[in-house]
Design a protein around this ligand. Structure first.
Ligand code: EPZ
Length: 430
């Protein structure tokens, strides 16, 4: 298994370009199922999860042609309604094909995604919503089987804000009979990006970006061309990387308005920044202050930035209280950071980070995508050498991480069996 070897060697300097958003690309790829025409997606990140979703689409018969950062998907050859366990188990976001397959084919059989390191990750809200739309759903032998000759529009209130739940039902509703109104919908920018793409395909969606989304069903969708939005979590991770190394870095090709809560927190912690329309310049700080953080749905502080901020707060003066309200087990980075000298006390959903600690290099283990990112940040600031094992977690969601870090002066190299470009897309002609 691959590992990173990182030498803490001072401030990062330069400019880094953010790639397309993994959490926008995955629903956008699933949306291609809704039409027999071609959907052309640009700015797709070269990450393992995108490769896995493309493999899943090919498995059900979609045409998938990938070049560097783009893909052309065609649904004319769609022939299977089964998303099998061997693929779904590697990426739980595969659940995003459920709604589109059911809407397009009237039947879908998707392996239950199961939990992951950060929590149980149920999909009950997805299924309850589809049943409200007239789907007949049975769960057996680890699979969800959903049937509906044609879904019917319905008013749906999500008991909890769910990002992929909102995306799944929004996609299913585009081809339903009548109007669907989603209440307590997710406001995330990735939901808006998907809605904009669906509208370009002929869907009739209003209210995206608010908690009430109205979808008027249509008979069919046509092809379109859509550019994936920049990855706001990757951008936030680079901001923290600059700050934790007291560097001078411009994070480019991002949308600062997607990170208001994170920018506010960093500024209040003492990180000097200049915000442009598609970039943020971080300058060296002269001491960081502890900040209390509570993760909540957008537009509040994102759970996907919690681990990175935890690493940064080990370098702030004072004690930071970090509360994780979204997932039940998202502090696994704490024990690994402690191996590097961090002082973090976890008590249920809250972690108390005592700042001002010297970090020293150590052998640590990645446990999930964002926890792994926090270990990279800590390693950049640590004295000495850090080895991060199981970095396949990072390859799932960060494109070209070591190349981008090396360009900023980071001393990082990959070691292990896989070649570093393994997740770069090969040209796949279906
Ligand atoms: C999306 O996951 C993201 N993944 C996650 O990013 C992100 O952390 C999460 O939203 C929250 O922002 C993708 O977009 C592919 P949820 P999702 O449904 O949709 C509960 C990353 O690191 N819930 O919004 O699976 C759930 O347990 C990943 O890039 C139910 O109870 O998250 C959680 O407590 C990690 N029943 C809360 O809702 C359901 O049916 C929010 O989950 C669905 C969710």
């Amino acid at each position: 298994m691959d590992r990173f070897i990182i030498e803490g060697n001072g401030p990062l300097n330069g400019t880094v370009n953010v790639s397309g958003a993994k959490n926008a690309a995955l629903p956008l790829l699933a949306a291609s199922i809704l039409t027999e025409d071609h959907l052309e997606l640009g700015n797709l990140p070269r990450v393992q999860d995108v490769a896995t979703m493309c493999a899943l689409l090919e498995r059900i018969g979609m045409g998938v042609q990938r070049t560097e950062d783009n893909a052309v998907l065609s649904g004319s050859s769609l022939h299977s309604h089964i998303a099998p366990y061997d693929l779904v188990k590697t990426m739980r976001a595969s659940i995003l094909v459920l709604g589109p397959m059911l809407a397009r084919m009237g039947i879908a059989r998707v392996s239950l995604p199961g939990g992951c390191a950060i929590g149980a990750r149920p999909v009950d809200l997805h299924l309850k919503a589809l049943e409200r739309m007239g789907a007949e759903i049975i769960q057996e032998t680890g699979y969800i089987e959903a049937r509906a000759a044609r879904l019917k529009g319905a008013p749906i209130t999500f008991d909890k804000v769910t990002v992929t739940g909102t995306e799944n039902i929004m996609m299913a509703a585009t081809l339903a009979q009548g109007v669907t109104v989603l209440h307590n919908a997710a406001l995330e920018p990735e939901v808006v990006d998907l809605a904009d793409c669906l509208n370009a395909m002929g869907a009739r969606i209003k209210g995206q970006g608010t908690s009430t989304i109205v979808i008027e069903g249509v008979e069919r969708l046509h092809g379109a061309t859509h550019e994936t939005m920049p990855d706001r979590i990757e951008a936030g991770t680079w901001l923290c990387a600059a700050a934790i190394t007291q560097g001078h870095v411009t994070v480019n090709r991002m949308q600062p308005e997607h990170l208001t809560a994170v920018l506010q927190t960093l500024a209040a912690a003492g990180v000097p920044m200049s915000v442009g329309c598609n970039c943020v310049e971080v300058r060296p700080h002269h001491g960081l202050h502890a900040r209390d953080i509570v993760t909540q749905p957008y537009p509040n502080f994102p759970t996907d930035m919690q681990a990175q901020m935890t690493a940064l707060m080990t370098q702030a003066s004072g004690v930071s209280q970090i509360t994780e309200t979204i997932f039940e087990n998202r502090f696994m980075h704490a024990a690994e950071l402690a191996r590097m000298g961090a002082q973090i006390q976890v008590n249920g959903r809250t972690a108390r980070v005592t700042g001002g600690t010297e970090l020293t290099g150590a052998k640590v283990m990645a446990t999930d995508l964002r926890a792994s990112a926090s270990l990279v940040l800590a390693a950049l600031a640590a004295e000495g050498s850090t080895t991060i094992n199981r970095i396949y977690h990072l390859d799932r969601g960060y494109a070209d991480l070591e190349t981008k870090l090396q360009a900023l002066g980071g001393n990082i190299r990959r070691a292990g069996a896989r070649t570093k470009n393994l997740d770069r897309p090969k040209l796949v002609v279906a």
